[in-house]
Design a protein around this ligand. Structure first.
Ligand SMILES: [Zn+2]
Length: 166
């Protein structure tokens, strides 16, 4: 009996997701939330269609790896890069990048490396770190330190870029 309702709910969720993204693309702010069940295939489209974009806000970097993930993320091995195609990030005018719920996994770090290496106009990066206890390391502060250190060491395409953690 619950099935039609669940279906309707998931349709509604998809719809809201798409509308939110479309509306955001016309302003100087683009914000979206990653979902473990969805890929980032629309992200390059949004970035390419947001000429006034100055602030990019992403809630969570972990998303579903699909074969349609574009060059905004690092899910697919660099087939496209070998053909010297321009990465959608490198033409982006984004000055402020805000990441919420950053967990510091190697996948997330790779994604940040991709952002730092391609966003040439970055001035401010704000990262909301979610330092969780690891089994082998019961010290949250140590984990937090490890996460923030790794991020500050990443090479940046913008020489003018400051990183803030919160
Ligand atoms: Zn992806």
């Amino acid at each position: 009996m619950l099935k039609p309702f669940t279906y309707l709910l998931s349709l509604l969720r998809c719809f809201t997701y798409t509308v939110n993204q479309c509306l955001s693309s016309t302003s100087s702010l683009l914000s979206f939330e990653s979902d473990k069940e969805r890929g980032w295939q629309v992200v390059p489209l949004l970035l390419n269609n947001s000429p006034n974009l100055e602030t990019l806000l992403i809630k969570g970097l972990v998303h579903r790896v699909t074969d349609r993930c574009g060059d905004a993320c690092v899910c697919i091995a660099r087939k496209k890069m070998e053909e010297e195609e321009v990465c959608c990030l490198s033409t982006c005018q984004v000055k402020v990048l805000k990441i919420l719920g950053y967990g510091g996994t190697s996948r997330e770090l790779n994604q940040m490396k991709h952002f730092f290496g391609n966003l040439k106009y970055l001035e401010t990066v704000k990262v909301g770190v979610q330092a969780e206890n690891r089994r082998e390391d019961n010290n949250v502060n140590k984990n937090y330190q490890r996460i923030t250190n790794a991020l500050t060491k990443l090479p940046r395409a913008s020489s003018n870029c400051q990183i803030h953690f919160f």
